[in-house]
Each structure stands twice: as C-alpha cells, then as structure tokens.
Design a protein around this ligand. Structure first.
Ligand SMILES: [Zn+2]
Ligand SMILES: [Zn+2]
Length: 71
C-alpha cells in the first residue's frame, strides 16, 4: 500500500487520533483517512507519510521494517 494524498469536501474522522480532519488534504491509507502526522508506525512511531510503503495488520500500521520483524 502506498499513502496517497486525496481531497474530498466532507468532514471526516482521522483513523489515527479520532479527531475531525479539517485540512483539505490528508492521507488515505489502508482504506482509512489519516492526518499526515497521525500516520505513524505503531512500533517505532516513524512518520509513514514519508515512506514509500506501509503495512496494515490487526488494526495497526507498521513501517516495512517493523512489519517484517513482527510477522
Ligand atoms: Zn489524526
Ligand atoms: Zn516502524
């Protein structure tokens, strides 16, 4: 999966923090909407918006490094 910047007019809720996303631009990853700052690896908390790929398993997101380590 690759994080993608998208833009829609509806108020939406961030899958990371549960707060409303007010910015017109946010990230769509794992089929959910995220603040760019909330899209972090659940293990090392690196910012996945800067990563070429991310991984999603059991409700948690991982960077490639941690996903390969914890599977
Ligand atoms: Zn958020
Ligand atoms: Zn990580």
């Amino acid at each position: 999966m690759v994080p993608t910047s998208v833009s829609i007019p509806e108020p939406i809720i961030c899958a990371g923090c549960g707060e409303q996303v007010c910015d017109r631009f946010f990230l769509l990853a794992a089929g959910r909407i995220w603040h760019s700052i909330c899209l972090r690896c659940s293990q090392c908390h690196c910012e996945l918006q800067t990563h070429p790929s991310l991984f999603w398993r059991d409700g948690n997101i991982y960077c490639q490094q941690d996903y390969s380590r914890y599977k």
